[in-house]
Design a protein around this ligand. Structure first.
Ligand code: HEM
Length: 439
């Protein structure tokens, strides 16, 4: 393993997680339609958490790879310690393998999104500390006058550690013995964890937007910093919209609602301005990046509309826990996080992508967008039928019958989505495997 290529190893790990994740996602979606598919050997109780765990690891591994690639460029010097980055890589890989084995051998526990034995969290915190150490020693972030992406990376790295600590407070009886305190803290931690990975992805995306356009003023401008501070506030307070069912003070919920909506508007605005400023002058080696970032921009706006609707407390009590929440989660992690990451990876490898592959990727990116739209809409309709049926006190069997055709559409769109993702991954992985000097 060539240490200098640590970024690309993380990107490959991310793609590996994504491929396995979408396979389990596909099986889980088929289990909506055929509930006993694979019996107890591979039930929905295993496929769902495995799919989600690996999807989250796709995001973390890929953004780590992009960051390891970017930091030496920002600092103008090599990474402080390639050796520590290598240990980080093997610890991350070990975590993924241990958790997968744990799921199949029935050794899992913990809470939503962290469904593994508690000691695995020690491994995660361990490798994260190495990541943070390498960042501070390489970039020496001096926040005064620094571009916004330095602020984002710093906040994302530090807050992930705080969030991981919060997510384990349930181990203390004072939290665990009180259901309201427990649920509130758990969702506060989960909301902030998403906030932390968003900080890392937005930071990396803004760094790349600066490199593509050559415009260094936008990442130091007022809008960019307004966006950062909103995102940061979001990271700390947006969790309120996850806990409307908890009898917390109404002000907490109102603040959370307002804050969580504003952040996305600003980020969409930043990407739109960046696209407009470049006009027809997209550098030939950034066509793919611009394509993926533009798709992300559309999904930011669509998810924003959905988030505004489902965060209204009255609507939330009917949609909470239905497929509408799943649409919100997958709409953002696929439509925004995944497309931004694909744009970031494209920027790293694009000069080694052949013209034919570039055409394939652009075609597959359209597939990705349209199949995701059908996938997302079918989840929304399913969730709507379920909420309406619950309000109308319909028997559950009746509700399930009505949902079934839409769940079939969801599974079919899922197949198209998987095909698009696989085509993109193959085309992006090829140059990473062939060129050893990439990342
Ligand atoms: C980049 C790709 C993907 C990402 C990042 C992703 C992410 C997620 C996340 C975060 C959840 C948890 C939702 C929640 O807690 O409400 C989820 C659930 C799920 N995903 Fe995906 N997903 C991806 C692709 C897919 C695909 C392609 C399929 C099917 C073909 C799929 C099927 C499912 C199913 C069935 C669930 C469980 C929903 C439930 O709890 O009822 N996902 N996914």
């Amino acid at each position: 393993m060539d240490q200098k290529n640590i970024g690309r190893h993380f990107i490959l790990l991310g793609f590996g997680c994504l491929l396995v994740s979408i396979t389990f996602g596909l099986v889980a979606s088929l289990q909506y339609v055929v509930p006993h598919l694979f019996g107890d050997v591979l039930s929905f109780r295993t496929t769902r958490p495995l799919h989600v765990f690996l999807a989250i690891n796709w995001i973390f591994a890929c953004v780590t790879g992009v960051a390891y690639n970017a930091w030496p460029q920002v600092a103008g010097r090599p990474l402080h310690s390639y050796g520590l980055a290598q240990i980080h890589f093997f610890m991350h890989l070990a975590t993924v393998l241990v958790v997968i084995i744990g799921f199949f051998s029935g050794t899992f526990s913990g809470r939503e999104y962290l469904e593994f034995p508690v000691w695995v969290s020690g491994l995660i915190v361990g490798y994260w500390l190495l990541f943070v150490y390498n960042y501070f020693k390489t970039v020496h972030p001096d926040l005064r006058g620094a571009p916004v992406y330095i602020w984002s990376w710093t906040a994302g790295l530090v807050f992930f550690l705080i969030t991981m600590t919060e997510a384990h407070l349930w181990l203390l009886p004072w939290f665990n013995d009180n259901i309201i305190r427990d649920v509130t803290v758990q969702w506060k931690a989960n909301g902030s964890m998403v906030g932390a990975w968003n900080m890392l992805i937005y930071g990396s995306s803004m760094f790349i937007m600066e490199r593509v356009s050559g415009n260094t003023t936008a990442t130091r401008g007022r809008t960019a910093f307004l966006f950062f501070f909103l995102g940061f506030t979001n990271l700390m307070f947006n969790w309120g919209h996850h806990t409307y069912v908890v009898p917390a003070h109404p002000v907490v919920k109102q603040v959370a609602y307002i804050i969580s909506m504003t952040e996305l508007i600003l980020f969409a605005n930043i990407i739109m301005k960046w696209r407009r400023n470049m006009g027809s002058q997209t550098p030939p080696n950034s066509v793919l990046t611009v394509t993926f970032f533009s798709i992300a921009d559309r999904w930011i706006l669509m998810n924003l509309a959905l988030a505004i609707a489902i965060s209204v407390p009255y609507i939330n009590q009917f949609t909470h826990g239905t497929q509408i929440t799943v649409a919100h989660a997958m709409g953002t992690t696929i439509g925004i996080n995944t497309t931004l990451l694909l744009g970031c990876v494209s920027w790293i490898v694009e000069q080694s992508v052949s013209r034919a592959s570039r055409k394939h990727i652009i075609l597959a990116s359209r597939w990705l967008h349209w199949s995701l739209l059908v996938f997302w809409c079918s989840l929304l309709v399913t969730g709507f039928i379920r909420s309406a049926g619950t309000i109308g006190s319909l028997p559950f069997v009746r509700i399930t019958e009505q949902m079934l055709p839409w769940l079939r559409v969801f599974s079919l769109a899922g197949v198209a989505l998987v095909a698009a993702l696989v085509a993109i991954i193959i085309s992006l992985v090829k140059p990473i495997l062939v060129r050893t000097d990439v990342a």
